[in-house]
Ligand binder design. Structure first.
Ligand code: NAP
Length: 297
């Protein structure tokens, strides 16, 4: 029996593990894929105190090593449900079942999909949600980025150093990203901004060949080798049926406490105003403090 099971091995989950192990709690981290979460795609972290010029991947590796060195166990299993048995919690994974006195949910978010017909089949065949992961595959090719936020503009900028041509397609005429970032992008001679436009179809044989966009009632086909979809993220919380969430799936957790005693939440999947690395790690510390108070009762 564990004192604490942490679901998710991103910055919030691994920081929770660090604090829990230092507090002497027998701790298990369950991660579905690879530790690190969303931060592994960051080419360079610029806004985490005292961590200058470190890649997201290196940051994640160090976090994982630190948690393990302090005694955290890490298992790779996708959690599909948490059952509240009162004083214990049963955590069901795809491979195994686990039991603990407390649980922290730190599952983060996942990329929002386009919801177009053949989108799923084209993942890995021209459709991607991560420019830093897949961008290098499209050296000297034609690519498009869809979205108008910080991530989309950052990805277009990154891809402009790799691809021959980059289109950035956005549904409005105003970006969410800063004016400075937009100016930097506009200064690139291999980047074209396509505004007031939505993608209506993905045209492919086995691989993506082109996209159809609709602008002011007119449709147009653009040949591309890859499309990087960057239209925001949604919380990865659909497995947790009894946990109270907002309509869009973020877990309600003042002071990281959910509606179920003994179940806590940390990181980007929690209702909050600022979703950044620093707030994810801060949640880890707060959630473990709440776990300790709960266990002491
Ligand atoms: P975001 O800010 O939510 O932007 C999503 C973009 O996708 C918006 O431009 C939105 O259009 C568009 N969009 C949403 N749904 C769409 C749909 N169904 N079809 C077409 N377009 C759609 O997401 P993000 O860029 O991933 O950023 C997430 C958070 O992280 C934000 O709070 C952001 O500030 C933060 N962030 C910060 C930095 C930084 O350097 N400070 C870097 C990355 C992320 P509309 O604009 O029309 O709504």
């Amino acid at each position: 029996m564990y004192d604490l099971i942490i679901v998710g091995g991103g910055p919030a989950g691994l920081t929770s593990a660090i604090y829990a192990c230092r507090a002497g709690l027998k701790t298990l981290v369950l991660e579905a894929n690879a530790c690190g979460g969303q931060i592994i795609v960051a080419a360079d972290i610029e806004n985490y105190p005292a961590a200058m010029h470190i890649s997201g991947l290196d940051f994640a590796k160090r976090l994982e090593e630190q948690a393990e060195e302090l005694g955290a166990e890490i298992e790779f299993d996708k959690v599909i449900a948490i059952e509240d048995k009162g004083e214990t919690k049963l955590v069901r994974g795809e491979d195994n079942e686990y039991e603990a006195k407390t649980v922290i949910i730190a599952t983060g978010t996942e990329p929002r999909k386009l919801a177009l017909e053949n989108e799923e089949e084209l993942i890995g065949h021209g459709v991607s949600y991560c420019a830093t992961c897949d961008g290098p595959l499209y050296k000297d090719k034609i690519v498009a980025v869809y979205g108008g936020g910080y991530s989309a503009v950052g990805e277009a900028n990154y891809l402009s150093n790799i691809a021959k041509r980059v289109y950035i397609i956005h549904r409005r005429d105003e970006f969410r990203a800063s004016a400075k970032m937009i100016e930097k992008l506009k200064a690139k001679d291999n980047v074209e901004l396509i505004l007031n436009s939505t993608i209506t179809s993905l045209n492919a044989d086995k691989n993506l060949k082109s996209i159809t966009i609709e602008s002011n009632g007119e449709t147009k086909e653009i040949e591309v080798d890859a499309l990087f979809v960057s239209i925001g993220r949604t919380p990865s919380t659909s497995a947790f049926k009894d946990i109270r969430t907002t309509e869009d799936g973020y877990i309600e957790g003042d002071q990281c406490r959910t509606n179920i005693p003994g179940v806590f939440v940390a990181g980007d999947c929690r209702v909050k105003d600022v979703r950044q690395l620093v707030t994810a790690t801060a949640d880890g510390a707060i959630a473990v403090n709440e776990v300790q108070k709960y266990l002491q009762k």
